[in-house]
Design a protein around this ligand. Structure first.
Ligand SMILES: Cc1ncc(COP(=O)(O)O)c(C=O)c1O
Length: 394
């Protein structure tokens, strides 16, 4: 039997989401821009999804929700907006990002700002160094600050309260990559005070190929994709009505899970059991990331592989053979076993960073749901794989 422990990479859309989407895949005339009845019905369905997303992130105005194609597009649009702002400033401007950002952010920053990208450190637990960020803002000429809310590799949650106000005072835009946050924590755009915030449907049992960019009311957002007047002229292209409807339903469920003590207790109990079994069964293993500010579904564990140059690839091969799907560090880096840049930024050695496994679980009531028995079976397989690698190197 296959076990999926890679839910931070992607999740399966829930049946409720699929059922809500299905009629919209084949409904004639479902173009929200059209003025005929079928078009108006589609526009209402999109509006409902906008309301559901606004509720998920505590947004005051549903009109501030812009649907995109994915989290990466939302991030790219934020940096496009920042570039416009920088060009208008008439003097050199920089982007400031944290050392724990996803590759979508690092690459969008480099694409728009070249060498003018400053990276702010994180501490050994993965927490953003807010003092270092404040110092960069005080130094001036910052067009955009981009920070991740919940880290995809470690699950560590950043403290971003009030950061928007600080950025605004320094004349910088604040973009928050909240792609991993839904269902794992409550999100409050007003408390963060960010100008822009990105989400992606496939990370919380919505469909792939739909993202969101929340654009706070007074933020100027030049469209990255130009053409028709969709999304208030902020993102052209005929709306993906089925995907947007599915996103809305998934958002509603994610909001419930984030605030439900039982849902949180269930998933964290399975994660904690998995984690403690692995730590007990694999001498020299340890958790990467601050466990006091962490998503309830994620653990990132580094192993002692004996300093022989062996890395997590060896563990992955053995686990995948047993039908257990996990990833090493970030999923996007798994085919190349470069040590995770996030773990290096947290001060782990190259060998330790390259040994890490990321195990991410899914809530009960979802297609990927992780049971306690799944967690125990996965832990046993990791312990066995670790013992085999240890035997190889002795
Ligand atoms: C933290 C984070 N940001 C951005 C993305 C990109 O999202 P998408 O796959 O929807 O483009 C991901 C996906 O792995 C992610 O984990």
């Amino acid at each position: 039997m296959k076990l999926h422990f890679d839910c931070n990479a992607t999740t399966a859309a829930s049946m409720e989401v699929v059922e809500a989407m299905l009629p919209w895949l084949s409904r004639p005339g479902a173009n929200p821009s059209a003025t005929h009845p079928a078009g108006r019905e589609a526009a209402r369905a999109v509006q409902r999804a906008r309301d559901q997303v606004a509720a998920l992130i505590g947004a005051r105005r549903a009109a501030d929700i812009v649907f995109t194609s994915c989290g990466s597009e939302s991030t790219a649009t934020a940096f496009h907006a920042a570039r416009h702002r920088a060009d208008a400033a008439g003097r050199p401007q920089r982007a400031v990002i944290s050392a724990a950002e996803h590759s979508a952010t690092k690459k969008a920053a480099a694409a728009r700002f070249g060498d003018a990208v400053t990276t702010v450190p994180v501490d050994a637990g993965g927490a953003l160094d807010r003092d270092a960020l404040s110092a960069e803002l005080a130094a001036g000429d910052v067009a955009i600050v981009s920070v991740i809310l919940l880290n995809n590799e470690t699950g560590v949650i950043s403290d971003l309260d009030g950061l928007g106000e600080e950025c605004r005072a320094a004349g910088a835009l604040l973009y928050v990559d909240a792609v991993q946050a839904p269902a794992k924590m409550s999100i409050d755009v007003e408390r963060i005070g960010c100008d822009l915030l990105g989400l992606s449907g496939h990370k919380f049992h919505g469909p792939r190929g739909v993202g969101v960019l929340h654009v706070s009311g007074d933020t100027d957002l030049p469209a990255l994709i130009v053409g028709g007047p969709q999304e208030g002229e902020r993102r052209a292209g005929t709306e993906n009505v089925p995907g947007i409807v599915g996103f809305g339903v998934a958002a509603e469920r994610a909001a419930e899970r984030a605030t439900c003590a039982q849902a949180r207790a269930e998933i964290s109990a399975r994660r904690d059991r998995l984690e403690s079994l692995i730590l007990d069964g694999c001498p020299g293993s340890s958790i990467n990331g601050d466990t006091t500010r962490r998503a309830p579904n994620t653990t990132n564990i580094g192993f002692d592989l004996g300093g022989t140059g062996l890395d997590a690839t060896a563990l992955l091969a053995l686990l995948h053979d047993q039908g257990i799907e996990v990833s090493a560090g970030s999923a996007c880096n798994s085919s190349r076993m470069a040590p995770s840049a996030v773990l290096l930024a947290m001060g782990r050695s190259e060998a330790r960073a390259a040994s890490a496994l990321r195990l991410s679980l899914a809530h009960q009531g979802t297609p990927d749901a992780t049971s306690m028995a799944d967690a125990e079976r996965c832990a046993a397989a990791v312990i066995e794989a670790h013992a085999q690698v240890q035997a190889l190197i002795r």
